[in-house]
Design a protein around this ligand. Structure first.
Ligand SMILES: NC(=O)C1=CN([C@@H]2O[C@H](COP(=O)(O)OP(=O)(O)OC[C@H]3O[C@@H](n4cnc5c(N)ncnc54)[C@H](O)[C@@H]3O)[C@@H](O)[C@H]2O)C=CC1
Ligand SMILES: O=C(O)CCC(=O)C(=O)O
Length: 441
């Protein structure tokens, strides 16, 4: 664990980054034992250090004429297997340590997709909630004025994440195009009229449901008839609900930082349509859903206390801790799928694994989003658009392959059923072998 201590000593306050690094280093220990070359090549020391970090001032003017200043970032973590690729997050919690953890996770996730994408992540401590469209536009334009010089369709291709949806991608793209004077696939998650891919908005949620179906099938189970609890109701929360409904499951909760909604009849039909805009367009609290559809609102508590077969955290890192995990286990939960990035604490993951709850780590289960981003890049390069069925078919194949790769790798390393170990080792080996091929750079 010397490499972990090195990371902690260097940046002691970056706890989420330490957490992500610790998990990967623990998983890959048997790989290092079998391959002494990795130690000789100082592969751990190299993989935990971003290739480049860009941090910049983002000044903008609000609707009252006040000058505001936010901090922008892009962490270009690893380009061994392709251009940096990963989302932008606009949220007040954004700081360097959060983006380093997200960029680090992205490196392994992107390697699992089998598409040629390196890992990166960026964003700002800007909160789009409560801002007018014009304020968001001015912010995005100022952000892109600096970011533009560091990205490009073969260099670094950002996309959305929390707080960055089609509106923000549009404003960011408009400014990039004006600065670069070229129309290229420099961002993904674009609107369909100007280079976006069908199924990209749905991809993270649909992909996670496909992964879940594969995982349940290993125990001769399926999503049909299962009760599911979820947390976030943004882009990924909405589409994972849609696909779970389609596969016969019933989603009974949504949540935010103020509490959770319990709708035992299930979030479907008109209610799901309503949900799909609640956060992504109006940025309203989940309580609004409870008020509108007259169901239970439970303030200051988390949805993991509601008995369920499957739990699907879809909002923030570390939103599901050991106490929540103990409740889920006690109530008979059979599977947990991380659709957010690292939403379960290490203690929660340990409890799930000890109690034989199927556990899908985010870097495998939520890889459908970046996979379809990769397919968007391919379509942009070819100057054509695939049909919805074509993209969905490719997404299904990718998720099935990721599942098989994680499962098979875990078995080969004596950790049957441990998708965390499988995902970390499979992603790690692909990236570090590519780094070694390319020399000490
Ligand atoms: N959009 C994508 O394609 C992908 C997203 N993810 C991850 O999925 C998660 C959700 O992302 P999106 O749905 O895209 O974002 P979004 O902005 O559409 O939705 C964010 C959700 O988080 C909730 N939220 C915001 N601040 C919160 C707080 N302080 N406490 C609790 N909940 C809070 C919001 O109410 C909303 O439900 C994130 O962890 C993101 O990194 C992972 C892979 C791809
Ligand atoms: O589509 C992308 O490039 C990135 C999606 C993302 O940010 C993620 O996978 O966490």
């Amino acid at each position: 664990m010397d490499s972990l201590q090195f990371v902690i000593d260097r940046d002691p306050h970056e706890h989420e980054f330490h957490q992500a690094v610790r998990e990967v280093l623990e998983s890959v220990r048997p790989v290092l034992e079998r391959n002494p070359q990795y130690r000789r090549e100082a592969i751990l020391e190299r993989i935990v250090e971003p290739e480049r970090v860009i941090m910049f001032r983002v000044p903008w003017v609000d609707d009252e004429g006040q000058i505001r200043v936010n901090r922008g970032f892009r962490v270009q973590m690893n380009s061994a297997i392709g251009p940096y690729k990963g989302g932008l997050r606009f949220h007040p919690s954004v700081r360097l340590g959060i983006l380093k953890f997200l960029a680090f996770e992205q490196v392994f996730k992107n390697a699992l997709t089998s598409l040629p994408m390196g890992g990166g992540k960026g964003g700002a401590d800007f909160d789009p909630k409560g801002k007018s469209d014009h304020e968001v536009m001015r912010f995005c334009q100022s952000f892109m004025i600096e970011l533009a010089r560091h990205i490009g369709p073969d260099t670094d291709v950002p996309a959305g994440d929390i707080g960055v949806g089609p509106r923000e991608i549009g404003y960011l793209y408009g400014m990039y195009k004006r600065l670069a004077n070229e129309f290229t696939g420099v961002l993904t998650g674009k609107s369909l009229n100007w280079g976006g891919s069908l199924i990209r908005p749905e991809a993270t949620g649909y992909g996670a449901a496909y992964f879940l179906a594969e995982m349940l099938a290993t125990r001769n189970e399926s999503i049909a008839g299962k009760t599911v609890t979820i947390s976030g109701y943004g882009n990924v929360g909405t589409y994972v609900t849609e696909k779970i409904n389609e596969l016969g499951g019933k989603v009974v909760t949504i949540a935010d930082e103020f509490g959770y909604v319990h709708d035992p009849d299930g979030i479907q039909g008109e209610k799901l349509k309503y949900l799909s805009t609640l956060w992504t367009i109006y940025r309203k609290s989940a309580k609004d859903y409870a008020d509108t559809f007259k169901c239970e609102w439970v303030p200051h508590r988390r949805p993991w206390e509601v008995p369920c077969d499957i739990a699907v955290p879809t909002a923030m890192e570390n939103e599901l801790d050991g106490d929540h995990a103990a409740l889920l286990v006690k109530n008979g939960c059979k599977a947990v799928v991380e659709v957010a990035n690292m939403p379960c604490t290490p203690e929660a993951v340990r409890l799930f694994q000890e109690n034989k709850v199927l556990f899908a780590p985010g870097k495998a289960a939520n890889a459908g989003g970046v996979s379809v981003s990769g397919l968007e890049m391919a379509q942009n390069s070819m100057r054509l658009s695939w049909s919805k069925d074509e993209v969905d078919r490719r997404l299904k194949v990718i998720m099935k392959n990721i599942h098989a790769m994680c499962k098979g790798t875990a078995e080969r390393y004596g950790a049957r059923g441990n998708y965390v170990v499988g995902a970390n080792i499979a992603g790690f080996v692909k990236v570090v072998d590519s780094m070694i091929d390319q020399g000490i750079v």
